[in-house]
Design a protein around this ligand. Structure first.
Ligand SMILES: NC(=O)c1ccc[n+]([C@@H]2O[C@H](COP(=O)([O-])OP(=O)(O)OC[C@H]3O[C@@H](n4cnc5c(N)ncnc54)[C@H](OP(=O)(O)O)[C@@H]3O)[C@@H](O)[C@H]2O)c1
Length: 334
């Protein structure tokens, strides 16, 4: 089969993508799936570059998020039939291994997963929509709902709002009845975010978002008002302290990642003086994917899918993602 295989860590130019690969066979309890859509995530860029502390078994087929059809059942698999439309829960809950990172993933014509990783995809939803959900939207769901408890009437600032996680945070914030403020690096992205329901936007390539918040929502005061209730910050880097400075008294910083740097300088004074909470969120439960499917089927949530590429153009898709040319999700269709 054709696959996009990471043979060594490096930059897009250094690594080797396209390759022929043996079509895998499903073992006991496993299922072979024919991949129809695979969504990229910024995590794939980290996997490509190599991350400190994470040893990826190379070569590996990348691609965390896949949707497709059941092609072959391994011994002992029950409840599924050839041709069933499915999404893959990327986490194998028995081994803890992540699909497309620690085991071969969805950037290929076929992939093998444990039967417990299958989630049925309703006929009304296309494969790209299904593939867009698990990693980015599942993480956003857990962060905004289970961990962050974003509620009606709260002011929520989403940094990096134009990405996969971000576009879902914006929509979930609106569904919760929050006032959603988005930060993005271009007017074009801000316009698209307004179409998704964002109430206000700041171009943080042109304005310091902290100054903008102070100007439009007041500077937080220790025993008073000002600022926003929640900052969603999976960017890290030099946004970290400025994010803390946007928070109103007893505000919450939600984080699930650090696209721009995981070891930023911090300023602990803001945390105690304003009684702030920093809430981490990691991944999703299978039930989060199922909850998202209900929201999408009901038309309350619509994954933002910017572009689709054939498998052979994966390299271009990686380049678009890395260069921040993407909005929402990029989909590879093997
Ligand atoms: N813990 C978990 O389980 C989990 C799961 C999913 C994702 N994550 C993390 O969440 C973050 C977002 O993931 P994603 O897949 O949504 O990424 P994405 O689609 O690439 O979106 C990231 C957004 O961040 C903004 N950004 C700000 N600084 C950036 C920089 N230095 N480089 C690239 N983009 C930058 C970009 O928008 P602008 O150009 O408008 O700034 C971009 O749209 C990543 O750090 C990822 O690892 C964690």
């Amino acid at each position: 089969m054709k696959a996009q295989v990471l043979k060594q860590h490096g930059t897009i130019d250094e690594i080797i993508f396209q390759a022929e690969f043996d079509t895998p066979k499903p073992g006991p309890g496993e299922v072979l799936i024919r991949v129809r859509a695979c969504a990229l995530n910024y995590h794939d860029i980290f996997t490509m570059r190599g991350m400190p502390g994470i040893k990826v078994p190379l070569p590996v087929i990348m691609g965390i998020d896949a949707a497709g059809e059941v092609a072959e059942l391994g011994e002992g698999v029950t409840g599924w039939s050839s041709g069933d439309r499915i999404i893959v829960d990327p986490i194998n809950r028995k081994t803890g291994k992540l699909f497309g990172e620690m085991v071969n993933g969805g950037l290929a014509e076929y992939a093998v997963v444990d039967q417990d990783q299958l989630v049925g995809l309703p006929d009304s939803l296309d494969f790209a929509t299904g593939a867009a959900l698990p990693c980015a939207y599942g993480t956003a769901y857990r962060m905004m709902v289970a961990r962050g408890n974003v509620s009606k009437g709260e002011k929520v600032l989403v940094l990096g709002a134009s990405g996969g996680v971000g576009t879902c945070c914006v929509q979930l914030g609106k569904l919760a009845g929050a006032h959603v403020i988005v930060a993005a690096s271009s007017q074009e992205k801000l316009d698209k975010l307004a179409d998704l329901g964002a109430d206000e936007g700041v171009n943080y390539a042109e304005h310091d978002f902290k100054d903008w918040v102070h100007e439009h929502h007041g500077k937080p005061r220790i025993w008073g008002e000002g600022g926003v209730d929640v900052v969603v910050n999976f960017t890290g880097g030099d946004t970290w302290v400025r994010g803390l400075r946007c928070l109103t008294r007893q505000g919450r910083m939600l984080t699930c990642g650090a696209t721009a740097g995981f070891d930023p300088k911090t300023d602990i004074r803001y945390i105690w003086t304003f009684e702030q909470s920093i809430i981490g969120s990691n991944g999703w439960d299978k039930s989060d994917i199922e909850a998202l499917l209900v929201l999408v089927s009901d038309g309350r949530l619509k994954p933002s899918i910017e572009r689709r590429y054939p498998l052979s153009e994966t390299r271009q898709a990686f380049a678009d993602l890395e260069a921040r040319r993407a909005f929402g999700k990029l989909i590879i269709e093997p």
